[in-house]
Design a protein around this ligand. Structure first.
Ligand code: ZN
Length: 322
């Protein structure tokens, strides 16, 4: 190393590094853990909350830099007994610090957006030393990341210590949505804006402008994978699990490609004049869903629950998490 301490990790020269997405995610088996931990690489951890604890089963992300780590989202459940996120993160940080010792290592807890299934365990971190929890409201998000008056345009940096993330304002699904790019892995963390499932564009004009910015960004930066926060599609094109599904043994993988950003942008353009639900192979687009669309969605979820309750659940071979 030519700068920093001897122990400083170089997050630039080899970037983007190849990591592992060879994982079978937990998907609602009775005996699965409440949180699954998967190391993409030694400095990048992907986590999933169990559908057993909350059907939203969001993904969360922990990125280590030389001076501090970023926890992106805190899941759908506040109770540390049911969802011990703080304990899990503390253990992961301690394990990392054992290999990479540092004084006063920090933690930033921030969010892809402010919906309840992404911020629920914030309070578990309230008393954690050397920790900043960014409030999920738009004002706090803009001020913490340092967005100027050009929000949501303009890209800002978040430096974790040699690992400099880029943060893009991304309203449309939620007012305070952001997208995070990590040059070390090349991963673009898109929250609920782009994921293999139901894309709820509550402000369709803002959503389209966000997709334009994401496509532009991916054209000028290296994006290896696009990781959102949920999987709702089955492995059959165009087929999603009903909302509220607590068991998704045949869900498709989490990862999308930069090509999917273009696909979502083009899909949004093609249905811009039509409110309601539009089905595509890898996602469904909700253009400012009307009450009747929400009711249809809920009705399908309730019908599914009734069916599930009436059917004895079979264990499937090979379904155990690993
Ligand atoms: Zn969500």
């Amino acid at each position: 190393m030519h700068s920093g301490t001897d122990r400083s990790i170089d997050f630039s020269t080899a970037a983007p590094v190849e990591g592992s997405l060879d994982v079978r995610w937990i998907h609602g088996e009775a005996d699965e853990p409440s949180i699954q931990v998967h190391h993409y690489d030694p400095h990048t951890v992907l986590l999933r909350q169990s559908k057993r604890v909350n059907y939203e089963a969001p993904f969360l992300f922990l990125l280590f830099g030389n001076e501090r780590a970023l926890l992106l989202d805190t899941g759908a459940t506040a109770d540390p007994e049911l969802f011990p996120l703080r304990a899990t993160v503390d253990r992961l940080v301690a394990d990392w610090l054992e290999l990479h010792p540092r004084e006063q290592y920090g933690l930033v807890v921030a969010h892809t957006h402010g919906h309840g299934d992404h911020v629920a365990a914030d309070a578990q971190f309230a008393d954690r030393p050397h920790t900043t929890v960014v409030a999920p409201e738009e004002e706090a998000v803009r001020s913490f990341f340092g967005f100027g008056d050009d929000w949501p345009a303009g890209t800002v940096d978040l430096d974790l210590g040699g690992r400099v993330l880029q943060v893009l304002g991304s309203p449309g699904h939620h007012k305070s949505s952001v997208t995070v790019h990590d040059p070390w892995t090349g991963i673009l963390f898109t929250g609920d804006t782009v994921l293999p499932g139901r894309l709820y564009a509550f402000d369709f004009a803002a959503f389209r402008a966000t997709l334009d910015r994401l496509v532009d960004f991916a054209r000028t930066h290296t994006v290896t994978h696009v990781l959102g926060c949920h999987v709702e599609m089955t492995n059959r094109p165009g087929r999603d699990y009903p909302i509220g599904a607590a068991h998704q043994p045949d869900e498709r993988p989490l990862q999308l490609t930069p090509g999917h950003l273009t696909a979502v942008r083009d899909a949004a353009e093609s249905v811009a004049d039509r409110r309601g639900i539009h089905r595509f192979d890898d996602f469904l687009l909700y253009n400012e869903p009307r009450p009747v669309d929400q009711l249809r969605l809920l009705g399908r979820g309730i019908a599914h629950k009734v069916r599930v309750a009436a059917t004895p659940r079979r264990r499937r071979p090979g379904a155990a998490p690993r």
